[in-house]
Design a protein around this ligand. Structure first.
Ligand SMILES: [Zn+2]
Length: 246
């Protein structure tokens, strides 16, 4: 990877964590990315019914490379043909588990330039790790052996904004606001934009909740899984990494 790209990612990082851990050599990028050919229907390491053979760092690199293509308007739309449908009909081996928001603008397969069978995505307003959400993600990382688990928050998240502003909402909407309140409280008083701070803190809170799952923890302890935070910029399409210490 070029120094220019390194700087670019670095400049876009939220929370200023070290990026050197996942920014590998260009040889890794070549191996994990689909060729620039729209008829290509498969990716490396996605044999049906088998676990991904990507390491956690390679899986993260693959995600971020896909987002870079999206931002540069160079999507390859891998694994989106009928041939791919047939290939994974009998089994799946998603290389990433993603918890993100139900917001209509945060569509993981598009913003990471991936396809069918690549991402095990759970979407719920505010990307909150409540019981059934944790269960779904445990299935991805514990049974399907996905090597990366990302919690992806996003700019101007309405769910976090609602918790931030407080008040009463109709129906059961308040139920998910309760889950976000901790992040709102924890992020108060920090420099910068208060809502953005709450959104980023919420990513960390949900990662912490996920890390307490024995299924998740055992995969992490084996070195087979990494938890990472992300922040999606609605204005640019770019995903930045959110620093997180387990
Ligand atoms: Zn949202």
């Amino acid at each position: 990877m070029s120094r220019r790209k390194l700087i670019r990612y670095g400049a876009g990082a939220v929370g200023a964590g070290s990026l050197t851990g996942w920014l590998g050599s260009s040889s890794i990028a070549k191996a994990i990315d689909p060729p620039d050919n729209s008829s290509y229907s498969t990716t490396i390491a996605a044999a049906p019914g088998e676990e991904s053979d990507l390491s956690p760092d390679e899986a993260l690199q693959k995600l971020m490379n896909g987002n870079q293509r999206f931002v540069e308007n160079k999507r390859r739309n891998p694994n989106q043909t009928l041939a791919r449908v047939e290939e994974v009909a009998e089994g799946q081996a998603p290389f990433a588990a993603i918890l993100t928001c139900a917001d209509s603008r945060v569509v993981s397969e598009i913003i990471f330039d991936q396809g069918i069978g690549d991402l095990f995505t759970v979407r719920v307003a505010g990307n909150i790790a409540v019981t059934e959400v944790i269960a779904s993600l445990e299935y991805s990382v514990g049974v399907l052996k996905s090597p990366i688990l990302m919690v992806l928050g996003h700019k101007r998240c309405g769910a976090v904004g609602a918790a931030f502003e407080g008040g009463e909402y109709p129906g059961m909407i308040n139920s998910f606001l309760y889950a976000i309140n901790q992040a709102v409280e924890d992020s108060k008083g920090r420099p910068g934009d208060p809502l953005e701070n709450a959104i980023i803190e919420n990513v960390r809170v949900e990662l912490k909740r996920l890390s307490l799952s024995p299924v998740v923890a055992s995969r992490v302890a084996e070195g087979k899984l990494k938890l990472v935070g992300g922040y999606y910029d609605l204005d640019t399409g770019a995903v930045s990494l959110v620093s997180y210490n387990a």
